[in-house]
Every structure is written in C-alpha cells, then in structure tokens.
Ligand binder design. Sequence first.
Ligand code: BEZ
Ligand code: MG
Length: 583
Amino acid sequence: MDSNTLNDDRDRRVLELYERVLEIEQRLIPTGLHIFGQPPDNPELGDLLRMVASFDRPELGVRSLPDLVAEGLGFADYVMLLNESAGSEQRLRERERVEAIVREAIARFLERKRDEGIKAAVNVLSEEASVAEEQSGKVLEMLANIREQLETNHEVVGLMRALRGEYIEPGPGADIIQNPNILPTGRNTHAVNPYAVPSASAVRRAEPIANALLERHREEAGRYPETIAMVLWGIDNIKTEGEAVAQVLWLLGVTPRRDAMNRATDVDVIPLDKLGRPRIDVVLTVSGIFRDLFGATMTLLDTAVRKIASLDEPAEMNFIKRHVEQQMTETDSSFDEAAVRVFSNAAGNYGTNVNFMVLDSQWEDSSELGDLFVTRKCFAYGRDSQGRNYDGRESRKLLERALSRVEVTYQNIDTTEVGITDVDHYFEYLGGVSKAVEKQTGARPTIYLSDSLSPGAKIRTLEETVRLETRTKTLNPKWFEGMLRHGFSGVAEIEHHVTNTFGWSATANAVDDWVYDEVAATFVLDEEMLERLRSLNPHSARTLVGRLLEASGRGFWKAEQSVLEQLQEIFGSLEDKLEGVAG
Ligand code: BEZ
Ligand code: MG
C-alpha cells in the first residue's frame, strides 16, 4: 500500500468512527422516569421538539425543519445528508451545519414565550439558512401548540376522574413523534379499527424500511433471505397504524385492497417484473395483544400468504410457493397445513414466559428457552381452504417446520422511550424466536431491528443495537444519573437494564465482553457508586451483581479472575446486609 492509500483508509475509518459517535450523541435518550402529571422540561423538551420537527406533516402543511434548512443552504435533502455522511466529509460538514441551525432555532424558541419565541426562531432560520418565514412559521406554530399542550397535561385530573367513575375524554394511542395529536396526555387511549390497518401512510413508510432490511441482508449474505421470522406486537401497530403489517405485505409483494366500505380485506399481487425481486417467505409470531386487537389483520396476512403460494410463478422468484410445495412433497401434508404462517398464543394466553425463565435463572441449556417459545406460540391463526377459522389450533410441528427455514429474525422498534434493554419483552419475543430457529436449523439466524424513528430508514443488527443502547443508556451518566434521581426505583431500572442485556446473551449470545466489563466497573467496582446503589436499593444492587456473576458462570462473559473475586465478595456482603448479618 502506498502512503496515499494508507491515508485514505485512515481518513475513511476516522470518518466512520465520527459518524458512530454522532449517532450516539444525537439519539433521544430518556433521562429519568416520567413523573405523573409533570411535563418535560429543558433540555428534554428541546430534544423532543427537534425530533417532532424532523418529519414532514403534510396534514398540517408542515415540512421537516432539517429539510427546510438544508434546502435554504443549497444542500441535498437531509435524509440524503444522513445517508451519505459516513462516506463523505463534505456531507458530514453539511449535516452538522443543518443540525446546528435547527438546534439553535429551537433553543431560541424555548427561551421565550410563545409569540416572541416563534419570532426569534424564525429570525435564526431566515438569517442563517434563508428559510422563508411562511415555511418556518408553520413549523414553529406546530411546535408552540405542542409545547402548550405538554404543559397542560390532564394526567392527574384524568386519574381522579377515573377513580370517581367519571367520563374521560378519549385520545388516540400513538407515539408523540409519529402523531402529536396524542396530546394532551391523560386521556382515555383508544386503539384503531383493525380493518383500517395498514393505513396508506403505514404502507408508504413500510416500503423503504423493508427494502433496507433486504438490502442489509444482501450486503452481508450476498443474496436475499428466503425466509424471515417477524415479531408483531399490538400496541406498536396501533401507534403506527400497522407499519409492521405493511412491511410483511411488502416482503410478500402485495398491496392491501380496500372494499366498498374501505376495509382492507384482501390483497392485490404486485407482478414480479414490477417487484424486481423474489417474494420473501415470512413466519409471523404475534403477541396475544395483537391477536386480540387485530383478528381481521391476521386473516388478511393469512389470505396474502395463501394467495402468493398459489401463483403460477418460478420457485426461485417465489420462496413461499417453493417452501409450501417442498413441505407438501416431503412431509405429505396438505396445502392448508403447509401454508400456515401466522402463529400466536392459545386463546386467552399472553406472552412467551421466556423472560420469566431468564429472570428466575430457571434454565440449564439455552435450547430450553427456544422450546418454551414454541410451546407458547405454536397456535395457528387464519382460515383453511374451506373458509374455516383455525382459531388458535395447536400446531407445534407446523411452527417448527416453518422456523426450520428461517435465516433472518426481525422486529421493529418504533419509539425512543422503549428499547431492547428497557423491557424484558424484546428478548422474550425476538430472542425467543431466534433461539427456537437455532434449534431447528442448527445455526443462529441473523437478527435485525429497524429504527423507524430516525428520518431515513435504518436497520441494525441485534449486536449493533445492544452496543448502541448500552452506550446511550445503561453506561451513559446522563441516563443513569437521571434514573438515580428517582432513588429506589432508579436503581431497579439500572438493574433491569443489566438483566435485559443479559437476556440477549441468554437467547442470542449477542453481548460483547466489554459491556459486562464496563457495567461491573461503573456500578459495582466503583466504591462510591456501589454505596449509592446499596443504600438506595440493596435488593436491586444484589440482583445486578448476581446477574454479572451469572453471565460469567454461563460463559457469556470472559471476566478477569480478580474482577470475579471482587464481585463474589460484594455479592456476599450484599446478602449479609439484606439478611441483617452485618448490619
Ligand atoms: C403488544 O403490544 O403486543 C405487547 C406489548 C408488550 C409486551 C408484549 C407485547
Ligand atoms: Mg460473549
């Protein structure tokens, strides 16, 4: 290599590293728990408004603020700047300039009362980026309304009314960034009409994300995945009006068809020459909540799969057809059996219980976690060729057979508030299905998550997502100090993050050693921190230390011997404290 190539290589790597740091820096991080009835304050309010302002809202005639700034400065549109900033220093500089101006405008807005704030921000945008007042004014009006509604939340009043058995006004259930109409909070959340799912806007948003998923896999594996196992949740699909459902339809290569009453009850097939790629096979494991809310949607998904499996198309362009035919020949099954793709719990049951098994350390071999997932989720939904409902018929062999073809497992993350280490449900579902696949195929699938919140579709592997959440939450002083302000429950939150991270070791072996090294160094080996945790909540402190020892004991963490010895000693002293031995 000559020195120029060396320099180029070095510059490229520095640029990539810088882009990673930016990604961590810019992520919206919840700092502390929500306090009932209390609106967000600076700087969280500013971060929230910036995210809200990053999307076009055609229904309000509002354009994305970063796009307006980029346009005013004569740059490419903002999503392009985001996508190209890792490979080009110029794009990176332009992106930074856009973001700095947006941040400055929102800061000026927040310093003042409504009208003066709008004026100050409009001036910044006009002077720094030549954004026309007509455009920026609309964005700022929207932000001003959101700020006012956040300040007048009805949470306490709503609770008091509920306790008195009085009427509570309804409001849509959604994420504030996706739909600011959820404000004011404290109302009675209503869901969606399942026949309206997926909405036209969900269909529009789904296509680039599903394409990004396929492209990412093609980059890594050199070809399209034949089968993807996807987790669908109820609340998420309420919030997004069925974005994940629309992604499934796009992977199959169909679009929803609406009947005379505008209900999505059937699908239209996108011809292969228009689709330009093979139809991907899917296995859908849906939550009990999804099953309860979206019966019509489960039928729609099942209808789509059957329709695709019956097309007269070459097997190499229609993986569903290929697999259904293979299964019919190899296992002597009927079309109805071979085409089942929608699975959930038995009627009346919820969850996988994989989380409880992990939390209580009630497993020896990790294959038990995958087995439990299958036991809980092997109930088929949809209709057979005679139009009879399956109604959750137990179908263990069919789920196992469907999982035996899976190369990729996938789930959407659609809010910054709840990520894969915040709750135990992501590892019980996505981790659980991945472990079940591993048993059927002998190899762990590639695990992806989408980040449908950032402008520009973003797909990350599970390992990348664990690293990002560890950096932005668990190990981020901004996050854990925010939690510790809540005392007892803050320590419990930190412990939950460590345990949920461990859940990704248990189900997918997806956690780097440095994560545990740094968790131990930050929360346990730092005497002052340990003392804070111990005095605020000794139970959670003990569980946290115990979880680290479990990670090492089960072979997920190669820890230094001296570190393990210290952890053991500390664990012992925490136990003594809780049992009152050493006071
Ligand atoms: C759901 O919305 O379907 C869901 C929520 C929490 C945990 C699991 C599923
Ligand atoms: Mg490891």
